[in-house]
Design a protein around this ligand. Structure first.
Ligand code: HEC
Length: 478
């Protein structure tokens, strides 16, 4: 009996040891220490007016006071907050005390150097961290770094919270989407919520496109600077531009302008990359260009624009995204009816046969500038020249029938799904950029978001651009 009891005891003790053997990574220690200090100390040691004495637990900086050893990085045994908690004097009186696990987290956090944490994991925190990182780098390296963040997932008041699974998922997504071998994510903040990666090891600096222009009725192709990372940016729904943010001008000068991205997005949310982007058609484009195994495509249906209530600034919309859903601003009653007709029946149609003629029906509620982009079944794109019809009158029905007047003719031997996209706005739209490539599907993009000082092409507020699309299916002629 006694023997059995000791065996049982041994197993239990062993299990306990294995739980203790793995302290959380340093970033998670910062997140947990932050939650513990908020939970037990912030009632009295917050910022004004809830601040007693000199200590503030809001930020790690608030724990560092010259000449007062509240916190001594790497030295839990000489840190006053540890002493005061362990001898029971803080928090004072009958208040709930930190558990043994929580005390150990605080000691472990200090032991690894007490990595910093902020008061809030908000947009400004990310921007400041990125700016600080950029300014540490030599000017010639600045254009080649890119940033990803998981800050939005942090839970403020959970002392057991860990971000490590999400970091792992992000590393895995990047290894699926890129040529990178090994961990290319370099944390740039103490809590390891924001990361830098270099473009070159991922292969995302590949520039597969040529820009097609028609000069004197002749096609001219010039190399385009659009790279694979830009193809990710095109789909991203959480970008924002906020000139009122204190970091705005510096970030443009030190990073966004030299980086020359197609869309001036500062960083990507890592949870979007892992949960939404991976498995879209655009993600398959990236792996195809890099000759990597294809991820399984989740489904072809467009990704709805997520809610992201901004307090300030303007949202950068994924208007050129191939996976993003349409954008129907509808503001102030502005809208456009768009339909695809069969030229023979002059009625709505979605199924056609090779060689058929199409008509486009349009009726805007206001005077409207329009563009048409046609994504063909073979991966090419066309931008029909609408001539005088690129401006349509309010409440007037327009039927576009192409140069011949008979309609737009479908190729004889091409079958599959095609997408017709209309862009409409009350002021002139930026010109389309037609990007050709043999490697991938072609793209048509716009510079909707010029940086300050760049010549705006078109005068439109992108928020007021309507994008509507119709998918048609083409089968073999009988
Ligand atoms: C109910 C309010 C209350 C809570 C909760 C509380 N404290 Fe205090 N703390 C005080 C008071 C009161 C003092 C004494 C301030 C003074 O004498 O200037 C103090 C002083 C301190 C000091 C010395 C600060 C100084 O400026 O001299 C430290 C360090 C401290 N507390 C740490 C903590 C920590 C760590 C926690 C959470 C685990 C905590 N306290 C929770 C009320 C609180």
């Amino acid at each position: 009996m006694a023997r059995l009891a000791s065996v049982v005891w041994f197993i239990v003790a062993g299990a306990g040891l294995s739980l203790r053997a793995d302290p959380p990574p340093a970033g998670d220690l910062a997140l947990q220490a932050r939650a513990i200090l908020r939970k037990y100390c912030a009632d009295c040691h917050d910022t004004h007016p809830r601040r007693i004495g000199e200590l503030s637990v809001r930020t790690r900086a608030g724990l560092e006071r010259a000449g007062r050893p509240f916190l001594v990085p790497s030295s839990p045994s000489t840190s006053q907050i540890v002493h005061l908690i362990e001898d029971g004097s803080m928090p004072p009186g009958q208040r709930p005390q930190p558990s043994p696990d929580e005390r150990r987290i605080l000691r472990d956090w200090i032991a690894v150097g007490a990595p910093a944490y902020p008061a809030t994991f908000d947009e400004l925190y990310v921007r400041r961290a990125i700016l600080a990182d950029i300014e540490k780098r030599p000017a010639e390296q600045r254009p080649t770094g890119r940033y990803l963040s998981l800050h939005n997932l942090v839970r403020d008041d959970d002392p057991t919270f860990t971000l490590e699974e999400r970091r792992t998922a992000l590393r895995r997504a990047i290894s699926q989407l890129s040529k990178a071998t090994g961990d290319v994510l370099e944390p740039i903040d103490g809590a390891a919520t924001i990361f830098r990666l270099e473009l070159a090891p991922t292969g995302w600096d590949l520039r597969p496109f040529q820009r097609r222009e028609v000069v004197d009725q002749k096609e001219r192709l010039t190399p385009s600077s659009v790279n694979l990372y830009d193809l990710i940016l095109i789909e991203y729904p959480f970008g924002r531009l906020d000139p009122s943010e204190p970091t705005f001008a510096r970030l443009i000068e030190t990073f966004l302008r030299p980086a020359g991205q197609l869309v001036p997005i500062l960083y990507l949310r890592g949870d979007w990359l892992t949960d939404v982007f991976l498995g879209t058609r655009a993600s398959a484009d990236i792996t195809r260009a890099l000759e990597l195994p294809q991820p399984s495509i989740r489904n072809g249906s467009p990704t709805p624009l997520p809610d992201d209530p901004l307090t300030t600034g303007a949202r950068i919309l994924p208007l050129d995204g191939i996976d993003a859903s349409d954008h129907d601003s509808g503001e102030g009653g502005f809208g456009v009816l768009f339909d695809v007709w069969n030229a023979e029946t002059r009625a709505t149609a979605r199924r056609f046969q090779g060689g058929n003629y199409l008509l486009f029906f349009l009726r805007p509620t206001r005077d409207t500038f329009v563009q048409l982009v046609w994504r063909n079944a073979d991966g090419t794109c066309s931008v029909p020249n609408l001539g005088a019809h690129s401006f349509l009158g309010a409440n007037t029905e327009t039927i576009l029938a192409g140069a011949s007047g008979k309609g737009y003719r479908l190729k004889q031997n091409l079958t599959g799904r095609e997408r017709l996209i209309v862009y409409a706005a009350e002021s002139s739209l930026p010109p389309t950029e037609h990007l050709k490539t043999k490697m991938l599907d072609e793209r048509v993009v716009h510079r909707f978001y010029p940086l300050p000082g760049e010549k705006p092409m078109g005068e439109v507020n992108p928020d007021r651009v309507i994008r509507k699309s119709v998918e048609i299916e083409i089968t073999q002629p009988r």
